[in-house]
Design a protein around this ligand. Structure first.
Ligand code: C5P
Length: 228
């Protein structure tokens, strides 16, 4: 099973991204391109990053009716990205449609279980989900597994349970990662890279702890050292 540190490139323009990447020289990285950058720069940016040898997790969190998700995934597959995701809340039929759309592209397809910004209280009071965070994430993981997806996006604290239930090969990608001295920002369920390693996560997604660090390359190295 591959493991690694994925950098969340939450920038609003290609210029900002290039400024950031310049610090890493020609090094090949695993980059997460999310909605902000994709909606501002479009698929051409993704093609260019792939040509330069980077691996890409396209984090668009698709959530729509199955047919729309299937057709969209077909389009995204042509970008030869390495990872992509859908919302587990779209249920099994939508996730199966995503799998169908991805065809034999080899893209690792993940389901977002619950966003790491959601708290137990919000789950219960605002989303009216009474099952509790842990059981909800596990159930969404099982649904994703049943739909033939490759793994889930979950918090560090659910990675072990997901592996126990869905198998060690079922990929866990965990955001909400902070170096020990950093702020938690808008996450409710954060962890350090070391804690993520101990919980058996396969990939960590790190944004601001790297992109906003005084020395981003050093922060990235620290994440690698603590996680791998
Ligand atoms: O800056 P930070 O490390 O908090 O960035 C986390 C990244 O992970 C963001 O790009 C956010 O969109 C993403 N994320 C995610 N799934 C979650 C929580 C955050 O993909 N459940």
């Amino acid at each position: 099973m591959d493991r690694g540190v994925i950098i969340a490139c939450d920038f609003s323009s290609r210029g900002e991204l290039e400024e950031f990447l310049w610090m890493f020289g020609g090094r090949s990285l695993f980059l997460k391109v999310g909605m902000e950058l994709f909606y501002s720069e479009g698929p051409d940016l993704v093609r260019k990053l792939k040509e330069r040898g980077h691996s890409i997790f396209l984090d668009l969190k698709l959530h729509d009716i199955p047919n729309t998700v299937m057709r969209t995934m077909k389009v995204l597959s042509a970008l030869r990205i390495d990872m992509c995701n859908v919302h587990g809340a779209g249920a099994v039929t939508m996730m199966r449609a995503a799998r169908e759309g991805a065809g034999d592209s080899g893209i690792k397809l993940l389901a977002v279980t619950q966003l790491t910004s959601i708290s137990e209280k919000q789950l219960r009071d605002e989303l009216l989900i009474d099952g509790g965070m842990e059981d909800t994430v596990l159930k969404y993981g099982i649904n994703a597994w049943e739909a033939g997806l490759d793994g889930v996006v979950c918090s560090t604290w659910e990675a072990e349970g997901i592996h126990r239930t869905c198998g060690q090969d079922f990929i866990t990608v965990v955001p909400g990662i902070r170096l020990r001295e950093d702020l938690t920002d808008d996450h409710s369920r954060v962890a350090t890279p070391e804690e993520a390693r101990k919980q058996g996560a396969d990939y960590i997604v790190v944004g601001r702890s790297i992109t906003k660090a005084n020395d981003p390359v050093r922060a990235y190295e620290r994440c690698l050292k603590e996680f791998l």
